[in-house]
Design a protein around this ligand. Structure first.
Ligand code: ATP
Ligand code: MG
Length: 361
């Protein structure tokens, strides 16, 4: 009998699409990322499956065709999660803790928002923001405390959360409702952009159940299929949801090296309706984002380094690659991180120092 080769189309052809393709190949899945700007008719077939590597897309010939296909997985979830208003409403409806928020309406002023949320209020674009872009802090008794022109009804206001640290939980769900989760990942952001992820960390294991329960609630409510990420703030022993991503996520890139099934493979398996299995976690893993820097061949010479270069034009604050380490020998891992640190700019030094001190505990 001829095995059926599944074909999965991905709306979007950035690095996430490329890494999904990379993961699909050994599974025998024909996965095709599609550039959202493509002006051509795609040869879609009835049995094909459609997924996306992004929450939003412009209307083009290719995206319209993909979005209209009856096998577009999670179609309804994208619109809902892509707008922070409906995403926050979903969390409130499920009684899941999140930063207090409201839509910034025509009558709102910086003063009225400070009166409700306190001295520091974060404005976030309802949609389209990423890597901290499209955000603006209102700080009471400060000149900058004014809602920027044209932002009313286009942003939400969030109370500032004095979190202890940021983490994320990533899970997968298939059509039958079977779910699996990775251990919590600890994330370090610098200037609003993810810089380093560490996972797993023994000291976070006490929060694992709660994080999984929160994510399961969301995936079940949306009847979700595939990988979903939930960004969390830890405040003492409480978890608050920062935001959801209905897709593979940067804070899950460590799973390419540190787990028997990567987040990309899980997403392909779930969307193509292939069997899932628990992902076996290998070692302590560290993922370092390469942000706005040129490719350096010295990275390839670092023991244990697994380099992922996206082949994009290098621009400031742009994610152009990442490096994973997943090593049993902690001392060797730290030694490699120190060598990596020496190849990176000043901007990275605090993040690498932080990662090393976490590992050395
Ligand atoms: P991403 O790149 O993950 O898509 P984003 O630009 O969509 O990020 P958020 O994740 O909402 O935006 O915010 C970026 C960062 O800003 C967070 O990781 C966190 O460090 C900080 N931040 C967000 N919301 C709050 C808040 N309510 N209080 C304090 N800090 C916050
Ligand atoms: Mg975020």
């Amino acid at each position: 009998m001829k095995p059926t080769i599944k074909r999965v189309w991905v709306l979007g052809a950035g690095q996430l699409g490329a890494m999904l393709k990379h993961a699909a190949q050994p599974l025998g899945v024909d996965l095709r990322p599609v550039d959202i700007e493509l002006d051509a008719n795609l040869p879609l077939e009835e049995d094909d499956v459609i997924t996306a590597e992004r929450e939003q897309w412009p209307s083009t010939q290719a995206t319209d065709q993909l979005a209209a296909h009856p096998n577009f997985v999670n179609q309804d979830a994208f619109g809902l999660v892509a707008d922070r208003v409906t995403q926050k409403q979903l969390l409130d409806r499920l009684s899941l803790a999140t930063a207090p928020w409201k839509l910034v309406e025509t009558n709102d002023t910086a003063a009225s928002l400070h009166a409700v949320y306190g001295a520091r209020v974060l404005l976030k674009q309802r949609s389209g923001g990423f890597d901290g872009r499209g955000q603006h802090w209102l700080v009471a008794a400060h000149d900058s405390s004014a809602i920027p022109q044209g932002w009313h009804n286009k942003v939400i206001a969030e109370q500032a959360i004095a979190f202890d640290e940021e983490m994320s939980v990533i899970g997968v769900r298939n059509r039958a409702g079977e779910c699996h989760y990775y251990p919590l990942a600890l994330n370090r952001h610098q200037d609003g952009i993810l810089t380093v992820t560490l996972a797993p960390l023994e000291r976070l294991s006490g929060l694992q159940n709660e994080a999984e329960t929160m994510l399961r609630k969301v995936m079940e409510e949306l009847n979700y299929v595939g990988v979903m990420a939930m960004e969390l703030f830890r405040v003492g022993d409480r978890l608050l949801i920062n935001e959801l991503a209905p897709r593979v996520h940067n804070s899950g890139h460590w799973t390419q090296s540190g787990a028997s099934i990567s987040q990309f493979e899980y997403h392909v398996r779930a969307t193509a309706d292939l069997p899932l299995a628990p992902a076996i976690i290998k070692h302590n893993s560290v993922m370092i984002n390469l942000i706005g820097i040129d490719y350096n061949l010295a990275w390839l010479a670092l023991p244990g380094a697994e380099v992922f270069w996206y082949g994009k034009e290098v621009r400031p604050v742009r994610k152009v690659g990442h490096i994973n380490f997943s090593m049993a020998d902690q001392a060797q891992l730290v030694s490699s991180l120190r060598q990596l640190q020496a190849t990176l700019t000043d901007w990275y030094q605090p993040a690498l120092d932080w990662a090393i001190s976490e590992l050395e505990g």
